[in-house]
Design a protein around this ligand. Sequence first.
Ligand code: CU
Length: 508
Amino acid sequence: MKYSRREVLRYAGLSGGGLLLPAVESSCLISRPESRVLPSRLPLPRQFQGSLRILPILKPTRTDSLADFYNVSVRQASAQILDGMNTTIWGYNGVFPGPTIEAHVGRRVSLRLQNALSVPIVNHLHGARTSPENDGYPTDLILPAGGFPQSHMHDLLAKIVEGEREYIYANDQRAATLWYHDHRMDFTAPQVWWGLAGFYILRDAEEERLGLPRGDKEILLMICDRSFDADGSFLYPALDPSLRETPGVDARYMGGVLGDVILVNGVPWPRLEVANVKYRFRILNASNARRYDLETEGAASLIQIGSDGGLLAGPLAHRTIRIAPSERFDVVVDFSKCPIGSTVTLVNRAGDGPAGQIMRFDVFRNERDESNLPAKLSDIPFPNPEDAVITRVLDFSYQRRSHSWRINGNPFDPARMDARPKLDTAEIWRLQTDFNHPLHLHLVHFQVLGHSGRPGPYDEGWKDTIDLGPGQTADILVRFTGYRGRYVFHCHNLEHEDMSMMGNFEVV
Ligand SMILES: [Cu+2]
């Protein structure tokens, strides 16, 4: 019998503390692995040469009165990311980023995924309130047609299929910027790195009525970093580059893999020609481990209108927006004060050298602005901590003994429930970290009560991911609504996630 590395760790008799009183080894003496740049083996592409790619909307293969039906094949393909070179990607319908799915509140989406890769896949719709069987639990694999050797983690509850399966998304939630990505047990990080990520935009009538910038003034921006091998292929420090058996990365990168090329919608440091009016940018950080401090240089600033879970109560101006892996920030940028011929650069204050730049807007056209930016956007309830029936403490730390990322000292185990919240109740989850961890809960949206004291500047509205820095603690108020069943919560630094920083909750 063959054990995965993670199973070996589990059987090594490592035990963790109880949920409410975590027994965690002191993290102050441990030198934690930092995220690290993987240098490309070719000259980096020049900045602001390529045009931003506007991501196409996927057409349903059919629709009826209740639902839209999509068929998508997940396959290997070739992409032109660098000038004069081909990059092998794994893509939904063979493209990276994946095609955008546009959905409407109250109308169901059926997504039939066909796995044409040589390894298992799992699809997760990030930020969606989805029934457990459709949520993309990491062991609910779609094996390649013809099967796959049983090297995957043992899970009695896993629903494994061969070739293809259908996912049903109810779209019974607020309008929001969601995204779908691979969630295969132990191999999420490399499979997303190869290209398995796309936008899923959920719209509703309330939002349409506001008159926000739309049409060609509403633009999706998927930011991610990648490194390239000398032949133009994606470079990733996987222990098993075939992604068939051994999970994990070269030990030097277990803190997280950073690329040295910044891609927006799959184009390195692109430029976009804009008119001197307001634009709406739905920004997603689809990077494995890199966080960005976004700023604009030029006569336009970032006005946040939405977060992971949809619109804020009102617009919120930021000098800088810190965006961690998997977070979404919906922003309006008003170019009306920019002279024609001027430029505005979106920069990353958290990055050095080339990684300090993201993309450039070239203001080239005079136009009349027909959009609005209302002072009131939506109703967000005030979070009342007294609604919570319990407070749970969850510690997210590196454990030196096992050289892995742990929650309350435990590695991931599909058979262990870390929490059993009751349907339609609220709980406070007190999240504490030793390091940078963007923490994500499936199924739910939450409000931030305190982030090392009080809500931070990026915690407004409904969130599904919260970014914590070293030694920070956050209290989040979580409402468990929608479905009973088993879901995961985890760090969305994908290398941490693959290396055990994931737990389970079951809504009962
Ligand atoms: Cu982490």
